[in-house]
Design a protein around this ligand. Structure first.
Ligand SMILES: [Zn+2]
Length: 382
């Protein structure tokens, strides 16, 4: 409901801008259309950002601070002076001397993830309305709820929305275009023991709590875990355990950039469970795999122009375009599989999901330029 409050505000602004069909539906999706001003046949493209912020830290009562003309060095946040943004830790900040930096006061999130994206889309649209000489096709806008809890596009009607390609404005470092996400599965391994009254259990009882514990202890300590991997490496991550003497279930999330890598990791876990139960006669285990999501690259590589045009827009803005892989999922990944290919473009925000979030006003202006160039590139396409 709090997201809908923001939705109402955005709806009002979209209407004030004069956008057609601006509306918010029962699920909180705010959508609008900027009509084409060109007679050329251009595909309908969409710009998407999410309205919710990370539930890990409060985004209520944000007191934004503008640190004008940043002179380098640490930024101490005034509401909680233990919260310090250091250029030695936030390496991008070191490059922003002379910029105006926006932060929270250190007691809350800033919420630039993803309100920076919303602001940039709004500003780009405003600019296009003020500058009718810029030729563009039909542009759809969507502001979505619940991205941070992974259900942002659950009720999104791709067909009714009517866009052919879309871009989420939800990345971080300027210049980055994100075309890849993890492939993700959930695995549940249930160890079955034998339950007998412990007073009369000699030679009969098989304790599944001990089997599960033995199994977990066999996991590699120096590889394939979130705490030992980075960049293009995948992992297996036990993130829950539940049970008693008779039955214990260990839950895992499995991540890899390729489906084959995902399957290999699952086979590895299965082998490890087999090896473990071999030491406990009369025990057994059940191995269940549930698909969570797949790398959006598998879809995007069928429509290479979608990512290419984003790279071109970045280049036209005077930035160096870089492809980047997301060690997680995005709404765009789900949308891609729902029939709307959607790579992710940078907003310029940093330190997401933390009280140390920051963004430069000058970088936001660059991100807006990227959007405007993207619109131009699509309008000029054959
Ligand atoms: Zn986000």
């Amino acid at each position: 409901m709090k997201q809908k409050e923001l939705g109402k505000l955005l709806l009002k602004e979209l209407k004030q801008l004069g956008l057609r069909n601006a509306r918010m539906d029962q699920y909180g999706y705010v959508t609008a259309t900027l009509a084409a001003n060109t007679k050329r046949a251009t595909p309908v493209i969409a710009l998407i950002a999410h309205m919710d912020t990370s539930p890990e830290i409060s985004g209520r009562g944000v007191k934004p601070q503008i640190h004008k003309n940043y002179s380098g060095g640490d930024i101490v946040l005034p509401g909680d002076r233990t919260q310090i943004i250091r250029p030695t830790e936030s390496l991008e900040l070191a490059k922003k001397v002379g910029h105006d930096i926006i932060t929270s006061d250190g007691t809350t999130l800033l919420g630039a993830d993803n309100k920076a994206g919303i602001a940039e889309i709004m500003d780009a649209v405003h600019y296009l309305i003020k500058h009718p000489e810029i030729e563009h096709g039909t542009i759809k806008i969507a502001f979505t709820p619940d991205e941070e809890v992974g259900t942002g596009v659950k009720y999104f009607n791709v067909k009714k929305f009517g866009a052919k390609y879309a871009y989420t404005m939800d990345g971080e470092t300027l210049g980055e275009v994100e075309n890849e996400t993890f492939c993700a599965d959930t695995v549940r391994i249930t160890f079955q023991g034998v339950l007998i009254h412990p007073g009369y259990a000699k030679g009969k009882l098989v304790n599944s709590v001990k089997i599960a514990s033995d199994f977990i202890n066999r996991l590699p300590k120096d590889s394939i875990s979130p705490e030992t991997t980075e960049k293009m490496e995948g992992y297996v991550h036990p993130n829950g355990i539940e049970g008693g003497v008779e039955k214990t279930t260990v839950k895992f999330i499995i991540r890899d950039f390729e489906v084959e890598g995902l399957k290999k990791k699952e086979e590895f876990l299965k082998g490890l469970a087999e090896e473990t139960t071999r030491n406990y006669p009369r025990s057994s285990f059940k191995f269940e795999v549930e698909e969570s999501y797949r790398n959006m690259r598998y879809v995007l590589e069928k429509y290479p122009e979608v990512v290419e045009k984003a790279m071109e827009a970045v280049r036209l803005t005077g930035l160096e375009p870089r492809l980047h892989s997301i060690r997680g999922g995005t709404d765009g990944a789900r949308l891609s599989y729902m029939g709307l290919p959607t790579p992710n473009i940078a907003t310029g925000g940093h330190n997401y999901h933390s009280k140390l979030e920051w963004i430069s006003i000058q970088d936001m202006k660059k991100a807006i330029e990227v959007v405007l160039n993207l619109v131009k590139v699509w309008a000029a396409a054959k």
